[in-house]
Design a protein. Structure first.
Length: 250
């Protein structure tokens, strides 16, 4: 899931990536909202709330929502810098190492959620998760050539609607039948992503209610297992087509 890139990925690999990382992102987002009442990866909602607070002069609240957006963007930027450097150095598992970095930081955030005083808990948890969701979304977007997004479902829901419309036209004979398989592949991918995010969110809240911040540590362990498995597999695919090229513009 975290080795082959772009056109060298197949439907099964993309679905596996979507199902696993979207479930984790859904768990983290839903549990954070349950715990402190803020979303860490919903940038549409956060920007809208930011504009609302700016319009009515609630400057401190606006500053916090602006910070969430900035943290997400910084996470994506840092992830990109890591990946670019790794590809320049021909580190074939660089995407996996990026997810491993996310896991390590997530574990630290979990300990912070357990031990920090209430005054610091909300900003550290939400800004930290926003940064990590930016990291994850950049990794997934780049390795899949933007076919997969895992930290929010607005884009996936839009794509699902588009593919449903195309499927209807195919059934009515207004689009070529040859497009049917490609359309079905996209439909399955978007459904997997949305379903995984939903199920992950449900499980995340249930687990957070039971163990609190240990959920973040558990999610970090799962991400670590996924990343280490990808690093191990990368050793087997160094000479195979589809491994990460040294030219970062490819």
């Amino acid at each position: 899931m975290l080795v082959r890139q772009g056109s060298h990925r197949n439907e099964k690999i993309d679905r596996g990536l979507a199902a696993s990382l979207a479930a984790i992102a859904g768990a983290l987002n839903a549990s954070a909202f349950y715990a402190v009442g803020f979303f860490s990866a919903n940038m549409t909602g956060n920007v809208s709330t930011l504009s609302d607070h700016l319009a009515i002069g609630q400057w401190l609240s606006a500053l916090f929502y602006g910070g969430i957006v900035v943290a997400f963007v910084l996470g994506a930027a840092v992830s990109t810098l890591i990946v670019n450097e790794g590809r320049r150095r021909d580190v074939h598992a660089i995407y996996a190492y990026s997810i491993l970095t996310e896991a390590a930081l997530l574990a630290l955030l979990g300990f912070a959620d357990l031990w920090l005083l209430a005054t610091w808990r909300v900003p550290v948890l939400i800004l930290g998760l926003a940064f990590l969701m930016g990291v994850q979304n950049a990794v997934v977007t780049r390795i899949s050539d933007a076919r997969v997004r895992t930290t929010h479902v607005s884009g996936m829901a839009t794509d699902l609607g588009i593919e449903l419309g195309i499927a209807f036209d195919i059934l009515c004979g207004r689009e070529p039948k040859a497009e049917a398989r490609h359309n079905l592949t996209k439909l399955r991918l978007h459904l997997y992503t949305i379903a995984a995010f939903l199920i992950g969110g449900i499980l995340g809240v249930v687990v957070y209610r039971a163990v609190g911040g240990y959920l973040l540590i558990l999610a970090a362990v799962v991400l670590t297992v996924i990343a280490l498995d990808a690093i191990r597999r990368a050793k087997w695919t160094l000479s195979a087509p589809g491994t990460i090229p040294s030219d970062i513009n490819q």
